[in-house]
Ligand binder design. Sequence first.
Ligand code: ZN
Ligand code: ZN
Ligand code: FE
Length: 755
Amino acid sequence: MKEAREIWIKGLVQGVGFRPFIYKLALRHGLNGHVENNNLGVRIVVEGLEENIKAFVQNIQKEAPLASSIESLNEIDIPANGFSDFKITPSRSLSGEITEVSPDIAVCDDCLRDMKVQSHRIDYPFINCTNCGPRFTITRALPYDRPMTTMASFKMCGQCNKEYSDVLDRRFHAQPIACDTCGPHYFMWDGGKEIADFGPLRDKTAHLLDTGKILAIKGMGGFHLACNALDEQAVSRLRRKKNREAKPLAVMFRDLEQVKKYLHISEAEESLLQSWRKPIVLLKQKLELPLSLSRGLDTLGVVLPYMPFHYLLFEKLKTPAIVLTSGNLSDEPVLISDEEARKQLAGVADAFVGYNREIYNRADDSVAMVVNGKTRLIRRSRGYIPSPIRLEFDAEGIFATGAELVNCFAMGKGKQALMSQHIGDLKNPGTLSFYKESFERFKGLFRFSPRQVVADLHPDYLSTRFAEDLKLPLVQVQHHHAHIASCMAEHGLDEKVIGISLDGTGLGTDGKIWGGEILICNLNTFERLSHLEYIPQPGGDLVTHEPWRMAVSYLVQSLGINETQKLYPDLFPGTSQAAFETVMMMLDKKLNCPETSSMGRLFDAVAALTGICQFSSYHAEAPMRLESTVTEGVFGVYPFKIREGDISVIPMLQEIVKDKLSGIPVGIIAAKFHHTVVKMVVKAVHQISRHSGLKKIVLSGGSFQNRILLENIENQLVEKGLRVFAHEKVPSNDAGIALGQLAIAAKRSENRKSE
Ligand code: ZN
Ligand code: ZN
Ligand code: FE
């Protein structure tokens, strides 16, 4: 007896080889019918014996392609039609609902093999298949089909067309299918010379890199600047030219073996580094690497080859490692067009390597680390974007504008949050236009029409201004509440929790600068239970570049004006007397000294006080260097005071000054400082948990990018019998804020409806 079934699959099922997979599976189970992609997902109609259909459905779940993810699978019984075979039918657009766009996928092993044996793809750097290749970065619209991508302008040759149409071929319906005859090609511009022949181009690229030159190379989601990572001179020259004096640079190693030679790597880090997403992974340094790579830090951002071009290049390179940093000028968005790159990076790169396929959606490399065995994202972009975060509630039509310094936005589509790629610091005009452009593109791609907008409480954030300009109903959300809500949304929490929100800065409801906060909250409201004791921030935002100002402020609070005066110039060798006196006067007269409870500023103060970092040249440099200084195996702590409503670190600061003056090594001071912060947070939270009976603790905020804080706070709270939730899917820094804003706005409008 023949049965017939219609099967709907939603999730990440397009652009990941899903239809060919279904086709082969149907043949294997002797089923007839058809499969199609539409903007709701994948629709399958099968006819055959009941037991075969059953096995077929089970195997869909079991054997689905690597990069796919099935969100839902629904079956409907239908009358049999008497199909005589199984077909893949053309894609259709059915409604305003969308399905997912696949993130970009690193080139697969099968393609790397084909690249050495298929005559039309020998060393062809755009080789791809249904399981790998560019996706999001080349997609203009949905459904995901070749005419909707930037491959549209390349006409398939007979050979490619045959493979594309052959269901048993690995490239069946691989939309970016290409070969040496019909596909895109690389070009090199070396001085006045243009090289279009790939052999000489590759040799020249390798030679220039090996001999210390800087190259701009077009990647998957934008240009990179590259140089030999083991050549100190080349690296410092790149830094000088790019005007990036200290910020750490990412390094691509030839293979895992080379990574292991230079860096410590755990099993979890190894599998993250090799995953199809190929993020940059932060690893601890083992062997001496050029100082300029990661100035003052003990970690290095490491990535493995992910484009065919990278593999082909390393075949010719003598060096096993190249710097691969974003191809842009300081804080501008990464460049994506050959012309723009050649124009803007003319003063930086000695030669340019581009190709004639357009990058439509910009995407930087993602950055991640592993803490307590889990992946923690620092930057969520290529390889992750635009996969949605699943929500427990409906967020349709809500646009969350994010924060300002490390911006990402979010759009609510049903029970999904679509997070943008890493955008960056909106104060930069180029980045702000990228934000606006990306907003328009996401709207188009995902057929999103905003009905409500949500922004930070800070009136001056450019994201808040953008929200106001949309002239839609506006909700404003406190920064640290949004941080906690972000982590809650990620874990599907919708209840009262204790939130630990630690970061550099965020406007509080009392008009002061918050950042060391313990809240009791749900997705609707919050109550501030405890925070770091307020301290003046002399010069306001200026302290982020001049951490020494926070050191002076903490000293004045801890020792008084007179005692602090005596510590100049010994503890402040890099500061002019005039600047020091000015700050002392500001503190004395309370001029331009907003009050802050920021954890980031406390880290700044201690980094400056110990002489590790008195002036900082990039965001969060002082805390990062302080963490890198920590001597392992030192577990002492300094005194502190937990009072009703706040935590005072004045007793600790007094001890740190004593330690510093008596010549205790800074690594020991830094270690004791970290363990003190852990202890005081754990103690304060434990007290609040006992009083409130709440057992779920949620961690968020940029300070949790500090491995020592995250690892130890998490572990010690668990030891106290509490359940701890920290970020795994979105960054704990401000890039995750939009998800929290979205969750809060969705919850509030749900509450309004039910009232
Ligand atoms: Zn492949
Ligand atoms: Zn071809
Ligand atoms: Fe923040």
